[in-house]
Each structure stands twice: as C-alpha cells, then as structure tokens.
Design a protein around this ligand. Structure first.
Ligand SMILES: Cc1ncc(C[n+]2csc(CCOP(=O)(O)OP(=O)(O)O)c2C)c(N)n1
Ligand code: SF4
Ligand SMILES: [Mg+2]
Length: 273
C-alpha cells in the first residue's frame, strides 16, 4: 500500500514516462514489518501510529525476523495480528516478566513489551520496576493514554487531576486517590536502565520524536546495552471524551504539562531536565 502525490507544473525529464505521462512519486509506503490486516482501533487512537513507528523501526534496523513482541491486555491485545514478527501474549501487567524469560532463553532475539498505562503502571508495577532494576536487555513501549481504554474508560494511575472517567465521574480527586504516577521519573531513580524517554504523540513532530526514541531504544538492545523504556503520551478520543483533534491537543497540552516530554536517560547516563 502506498500514497502518491503529483508534482508541480515543472516537469523533469526523469519524471516523465512513455508518451510524456508524469510518473507518480511515492511519498508513503507501509512498513514491511506491519501486516496487511486492518486494525480495530477507534478513529484517532494513538495505538495504530505507535504500531506503525515500531514497524518502521524494525524495518530500519533489519530485525523483524528476530523480533518478538509481547502483546498487552488492553486495547492493543490483538497486536499479534498487526506485526509481521513473532508476538506472544502476556497476562495483564506481566509483559516485562515474559520478555525477560524470552530474552534470557534466546539472547539472539530482540524483545519488546508493549503496554498500556493500566497494564504497566497499575497491575504490572512490580514487573515493570524489577525488570528495569535488573537492567534486562529488553525494550518496553509504554502507551500512556490516561485511561483504561479497553474496559470502558475507567480511571488509570495516569488519569490527570480533574479528568472525568467512568469511575471518577466528577473528575480525579488527588486527595482521594493520589496524583498521576510519572513512570519515567520513577524508573530514572534506578541504576541499570540504559535509555528512558517520554514523547507526546500529538503532531507530526511527535511522530518524528517517537521514531528517534524507538530507534535509540531498539538500537540499544541490538547492541546489547540493556534496558530501554519509551513512554508515549497518546490519544484515546473515545475515553478522553474528545474529538480526535481535541484529543491530540489534550495530549500535547494537558498531558505533557503533567508528564514532561524529554529524554531522562541516554547511554546509561541521567540527562538533566
Ligand atoms: C488480571 C486482569 N485484571 C484485569 C483485567 C481487565 N482489564 C483488561 S484491559 C484492562 C485495562 C487496560 O487499560 P490499559 O492498560 O491502559 O490499556 P488501553 O486499553 O488503555 O490501551 C483491564 C483492567 C484483566 N484482563 N486481567
Ligand atoms: S478505546 Fe481508546 S485506546 Fe482503545 S481503541 Fe478506542 S481510542 Fe484506542
Ligand atoms: Mg490506557
């Protein structure tokens, strides 16, 4: 699958085919590491974009044949249909433990755990922290959309103060349930992680930042450097209760105000804010 654009008025000799017909210029190609299966995500959902950029990263690093993904319990539960690499499923929150087992048994594989905020920052907090603390040579992709998407938009550990969800219809009250957990900052207190970064998927620049972050994270694993963690602030228009366009704004303005977008750890060293 690819998109084409027609160039401007000026025709170059090279752009012309037989009989003077202009040849289309390819501007987008579907990554080879994505299957042709249509995803089930809602319009404007961030998961599909994250999948695409992961697939581009696999293509760029030529690792698809040895990649193993761990699909989450959450809206991305069917990720195994969408990636053209091996993908297995982990019980809710247990992705880093499963990734650890696969990587230790088969060090030649490139293993990534793909997890939502309910998955990674609630039920899976222990697995998350301990895999990072051990410095496992795995990559964790954390899609923070501020809610439990799959189960109907309940409050997550990352729901913003005042944000309305199915289980806090009047808005999250920090005095009652605490403030949203900043996972990058928490993991950055540990000695072993090699790369930690947060990006916001709110714009084309955000997509480019995600591409750079994933290149660094997967690249670190290819080189055997150790644990990498990429948090992606992401739109869930359905349960952020916004139009797709407003959900992007919510990600770039409201979420990024609470979850600073930056590199926390590069090549094993803490990066100043
Ligand atoms: C052990 C266990 N507890 C609870 C659930 C129910 N459950 C399924 S998905 C989910 C939350 C998913 O939210 P998140 O991880 O943020 O992913 P999203 O759908 O937002 O991408 C929960 C609580 C489950 N499947 N298994
Ligand atoms: S509910 Fe939210 S996270 Fe789930 S597919 Fe829809 S937009 Fe995406
Ligand atoms: Mg979520």
């Amino acid at each position: 699958m690819h998109a084409v654009i027609r160039r401007g008025r000026k025709r170059s000799a090279r752009a012309e085919g037989p009989g003077g017909a202009r040849a289309p210029r390819k501007v987008y190609a579907r990554p080879a590491a994505l299957t042709d299966v249509q995803t089930h995500y809602c319009p404007g959902c961030g998961h599909g974009i994250v999948h695409k950029v992961i697939a581009e990263t696999m293509d760029a690093l030529h690792i698809t044949d040895r990649c193993v993904g761990i699909a989450p319990v959450g809206c991305a539960v069917l990720a195994y249909f969408y990636f053209a690499c091996d993908v297995t499923e982990a019980a809710h929150g247990r992705g880093p433990a499963v990734a650890t087992g696969i990587k230790r048994a088969r060090p030649d594989t490139i293993v990534f755990s793909y997890q939502g905020d309910g998955d990674l920052a609630a039920i899976g907090t222990a697995e998350t922290i301990h895999a990072a603390n051990r410095g496992e040579n795995i990559t964790v992709v954390f899609v923070n959309n501020s809610v439990y998407g799959m189960t109907g938009g309940q409050m997550a550990p990352t729901t913003l103060p005042g944000q309305k969800t199915a289980t806090c219809p009047a808005g999250r009250d920090p005095d009652d349930v605490g403030t949203p957990i900043r996972m990058c900052e928490l993991i950055n207190t540990l000695d072993r992680p090699y790369h930690i970064e947060r990006v916001a998927l709110d714009s084309p620049q955000g997509v480019r930042s995600l591409r750079r972050a994933l290149r660094a994270a997967f690249g670190a694993q290819v080189e055997g450097r150790g644990y990498s963690f990429v948090e992606v602030l992401s739109a869930c228009p359905t349960y952020q209760r916004l139009s797709p366009a407003r959900a992007l704004k919510f990600v770039g303005e409201k979420m990024a105000a609470h979850f600073p977008v930056r590199v926390f750890r590069r090549e094993g060293k803490c990066v100043d804010a």
